[in-house]
Ligand binder design. Structure first.
Ligand SMILES: Nc1ncnc2c1ncn2[C@@H]1O[C@H](COP(=O)(O)OP(=O)(O)OP(=O)(O)O)[C@@H](O)[C@H]1O
Length: 261
């Protein structure tokens, strides 16, 4: 087993109880340290894949294995830590930023005193140190998403799963959050699996893009974004970036035509 693999999916299919075949024969690895994006049209099964990886749902057939994150010894069904960020920040409106971020530690039985340093640290890392006492209604959409990311990071996940976290944000805010997410990844060494509908976002954030087609959900192409992950506005304006965007766009177009089943 390749020591850097965190999660392996082999021949995974998923049919929901109502008969909808969401996924057919999905195989890929999540490698430690990478930023992997699932890109595809609505209904192609992206969220289903994240839920299966997170253990929130069960496969119909095939296998999904979590490997050891640290020393790379393959171990079946290892429970390494994962964080999940959804499209909606889903914050508790009655609690301030600190208490929202503290929640996972509180549920794990940690006291406020024990948790304070860690909670303050991640709030700082997402750029909200000045807003620790603010309530969700006092924050912008981008800031609320930062709280949601901090809450997912507070337990030091090895793997961060993000299901279209920036879809509802304006373009400028989205770019800033994309930049900051990559910086955070660099600092924390977290592996990311990211869902998006945006070709531009998929190229900017990824080391690898898996292009998907729908009905049933399947992977039609894997595209490596062969450029260092220390990216900023210069990368967005580069020829390389535009070339990758064209390649991904073409792959998505072919997937939608069913040209690559
Ligand atoms: N709980 C469920 N029961 C029945 N069908 C479901 C369920 N969840 C998802 N589906 C169906 O499975 C297919 C894949 O859904 P999924 O949400 O994984 O796709 P997606 O690519 O994430 O879509 P979107 O981009 O719109 O969020 C769709 O046809 C969807 O209607």
């Amino acid at each position: 087993m390749n020591p850097s693999v965190l999660v392996s999916l082999r021949g995974v299919s998923k049919t929901y109880r109502n008969g909808t075949q969401a996924l057919n024969d999905i195989s890929f690895d999540v490698r430690q340290g990478e930023c992997l994006t699932l890109l595809g049209p609505s209904g192609c099964g992206k969220s289903t894949i994240l839920r299966l990886i997170a253990g929130l749902d069960t496969l119909s057939s095939g296998s999904l294995t979590h490997h050891r994150a640290d020393r790379g010894k393959g171990a079946k069904n290892q429970n390494f830590s994962m964080g999940f960020v959804f499209q909606e920040p889903a914050l508790m409106p009655w609690a301030n930023v600190f208490d929202n971020v503290f929640l996972p530690l509180r549920l794990a039985g940690r006291s406020r005193r024990e948790a304070r340093a860690k909670v303050d640290q991640v709030i700082g890392q997402v750029g909200l140190a000045a807003h620790a006492n603010a309530y969700p209604r006092q924050l912008s959409g981008g800031q609320r998403m930062r709280v949601s990311i901090a809450r997912a990071l507070v337990r030091d996940p090895v793997l961060l799963l993000l299901d279209e976290p920036f879809a509802a944000l304006d373009e400028i805010t989205r770019f800033r959050l994309n930049d900051d997410l990559l910086h955070l990844r660099e600092t924390l060494g977290t592996t990311l699996v990211f869902i998006t509908h945006s070709i531009y976002e998929s190229v900017f954030l990824s080391s690898r893009v898996l292009v998907m087609a729908a009905a049933p959900g399947r992977i039609t192409e894997e595209i490596t974004i062969d450029s260092p992950l220390e990216r900023d506005e210069r990368f967005r304006l580069s020829e390389d970036y535009l070339t990758f965007c064209r390649t991904v766009s073409q792959a998505l177009h072919e997937a939608s035509l069913g040209a690559n089943p």
